[in-house]
Design a protein around this ligand. Structure first.
Ligand code: TSB
Ligand code: ZN
Length: 639
């Protein structure tokens, strides 16, 4: 038998007999935890025989490719368990996903939690039996016959799409599934298993086809890793703004109103109003002019701006009324451009900063809608800065400083910066003008350097009209989303022929900076809910204090205290129910109310309240006036 040359990633090479399996090689090299191998760039089973000279790279569970193999084999193990327990179940497909795996079964009814427990237990037994997983190639005809005999109609349909020739099967202990692979060497490698959820899923995602039952699961080489994963899921659930928003009655999403069109309930609306007042005041103090413009308008502007050509996929369809074609605006920019164009501008007036809490509508696909994080109707903290080229850097630095100031006030510490660039190959998404793009991208890079901010670059993430500096933050589900954005745009001023009169008395073209600091109210509040886990700091709490009378006879005093609170601008309420005081306290705790003010005979007699703070516990009786001072100071400090 001949020898072949195997080259490892470090450049190190080995001579082995031709036909040596990738797994045998890993063993010879004393490698641990190897799950599969990349042979000349192709992911292969460890049984793969190395027949000629090759580059070989081993993958473990730490590599995405390794996890893919691991979870894919786990989905087969689940299918094996389901077929043993429910022979009538028909198999559809079972891939690995980003975090785990699923398999779709046709069983004519939903799986119950007990079913899942039973399947999970059977999977553990099958894994323990450590059955070898083997690959076989079968002529297509034979495979078809086999599926026909077994009544596997979905597999038959899949097979019909595969060209003639042979198909590969992977099998263990009498169970076999048509699959390209690769897979683990044996079921014993799957050590810790958890089935997480089940849901209905149409075959091929098509509402006209049968409803299948999908089971989601996850598996790990060790119990500790699985425990850590389950802990992460629990954390995500705990912080999930959709759950907290429901429990604290902040907002409501319902199909009767429309997908992605949230209702702000009174408490959520209060939080939003505080943020809106805060940011508008800050902008007015920072040289912005606030305007109002309509959210519905003639499509003309959006045709001029390029939205029609580059952004229409994200727009609600146009409607026609008396020969006018109208659109719901997806962006505010063209309106602010019209505000700019309303006046003549001289170089001395610039920069002109036009701001608006502008409502926009975007057609986000139903699959990506997520609570308040991603909606279809939203109110943006938007502004457009019109300036001279020599002012660009200062303006960008100014906006980033404003962002930093706001993040400090909201105690947001986990944001990171992304420089979002065009993808020169994507000619449909971006307005074409290489010279202007290069200039704008270079300027944003310079501004970040001047600010001394570390950043990551992301190709293809720019707006259609220009590159952006985006502040990315992680959501509870672990995904990163853009919160704030600063966008440099040479192209819209060009399309609208914007002008200002320069020092030389001639017309010049200004530049535009698009920016959103507190994102949209929807996403900002979603992020805050998750950051604070529903425990809003005092200045943002919809209800800052709740007055809890111990008995009915204290109700009048409670109302008098409430009046004092209202007069001092403190948001408070009285719990006038006839529940016991311990119950009232628990209720206020569940609702994350920062201060509980308990009032009984002693407090009523002395003009005091017995204060229980959410963060500091029992503070004892405090005169009402003194408590108010404390609250006012705490609100001002935004702590
Ligand atoms: C900043 N024309 C610019 C504007 O002048 C613009 O619209 N930029 S944007 O498209 O990037 O949107 C600004 C911000 O809105 C984003 O950074 C993001 O934080 C937020 N946002 C975007 N889409 C959604 C959505 N579907 N739901 C909630 N917030 C969103
Ligand atoms: Zn804009």
């Amino acid at each position: 038998m001949g020898l072949i040359q195997v080259t490892l990633p470090g450049g190190e090479s080995h001579e082995v007999p031709a036909g040596t399996s990738a797994g045998a090689l890993a063993e010879r090299l004393g490698l641990d935890g190897v799950l599969a191998a990349l042979v000349d760039g192709q992911l292969r089973d460890l049984r793969w025989p190395l027949e000629s000279d090759a580059r070989v790279e081993f993958v473990t569970f730490d590599d995405p490719a390794g996890r893919e193999v691991y979870w894919h084999s786990s989905s087969h193990l689940m299918a094996q368990a389901v077929k043993q327990l429910y022979p009538e179940a028909r198999l559809a497909i079972g891939p690995s996903i980003e975090e785990g795996f699923y398999y779709d079964f046709d069983i004519g009814r939903p799986f119950s939690p007990e079913d899942l427990e039973g399947i999970e237990a059977r999977m553990r037994e099958l894994a323990k039996a450590d059955q070898p997983i083997e690959r076989a190639e079968i002529p297509r005809e034979e495979a078809y016959q086999r599926f026909q005999e077994q009544g596997e109609v979905y597999k038959q349909e899949l097979l019909e799409e595969i060209p003639d020739g042979k198909v590969s099967f992977y099998g263990q202990d009498g169970f076999a599934d048509m699959c390209r692979g690769p897979h683990l060497l044996s079921t014993g490698a799957i050590r810790a298993i958890k089935l997480l959820a089940t849901s209905g899923a149409y075959w091929r995602g098509d509402e006209g086809r049968p409803m299948l039952q999908r089971i989601y699961g996850v598996s790990y080489p060790t119990q500790d890793q699985l425990d850590a994963h389950l802990h992460r899921l629990e954390e995500a659930r705990r912080r999930d703004h959709r759950r907290i928003g429901r429990e604290l009655r902040l907002f409501h999403l319902t199909p009767e109103v429309g997908q992605g069109l949230p209702l702000w309930l009174p408490k959520g609306a209060t939080i939003r109003r505080i943020i809106e007042r805060y940011i508008v005041d800050l902008e007015l103090a920072s040289g912005y002019d606030h305007v109002y413009s309509q959210e519905i308008a003639s499509s003309t502007l959006y045709k001029m701006s390029g939205h029609w050509d580059h952004y229409r996929d994200n727009m609600y369809p146009a409607m026609t009324l008396e020969n006018e074609e109208l659109v719901l605006r997806p962006m505010n920019c063209p309106r602010h451009i019209m505000v700019y164009m309303h006046d003549q501008h001289s170089y001395r007036d610039l920069p002109v900063r036009i701001a608006e809490l502008g409502k926009v509508f975007r057609y986000e696909r139903s699959g990506v809608l997520t609570g308040l994080h991603r909606v279809r109707g939203m109110t943006m903290n938007d502004a457009h800065v019109f300036c001279r080229v020599d002012q660009i850097k200062d303006e960008i630095v100014g906006v980033v400083r404003l962002i930093q100031r706001v993040y400090a006030d909201f105690q947001i510490t986990n944001g990171w910066y992304q420089l979002s660039l065009r993808d020169p190959a994507d000619r449909a998404k971006f307005i074409q003008n290489d010279a202007l793009w290069d200039q704008a991208e270079g300027m944003l890079r310079d501004a970040l350097a001047e600010l001394g901010i570390a950043f990551k670059e992301a190709k293809g993430e720019a707006a259609f009209y220009g590159p952006k500096i985006d502040v990315q933050v992680p959501t509870a589900s672990g995904k990163d989303e853009t919160l704030s954005t600063v966008q440099l745009d040479f192209l819209l001023p060009e399309r609208f022929s914007l002008e200002y009169i320069g020092e030389d008395g001639r017309a010049h073209r200004p530049v535009m900076i698009h920016r959103a600091v507190t994102s949209t109210m929807e996403r900002w509040v979603a992020f805050l809910i998750e950051t604070y886990e529903g425990r809003f700091p005092l200045w943002l709490s919809p209800e800052q204090a709740r007055i809890l009378p111990i008995a009915d006879r204290h109700a009048a005093y409670a109302r008098a205290v409430l009046a004092q609170m209202a007069a001092a601008g403190v948001r408070a309420s009285v719990d006038g129910t006839n529940q016991r005081i311990s119950y009232k306290i628990r209720q206020a705790q569940v609702e994350q109310i920062p201060y509980m003010l308990i009032v009984g005979d002693k407090e009523a007699a002395s003009g005091a309240v017995a204060v229980r703070s959410r963060s500091e516990g029992d503070l004892g009786p405090i005169p009402v006036a003194e408590f108010l001072e404390r609250v006012v100071a705490e609100v001002a400090a935004k702590t």
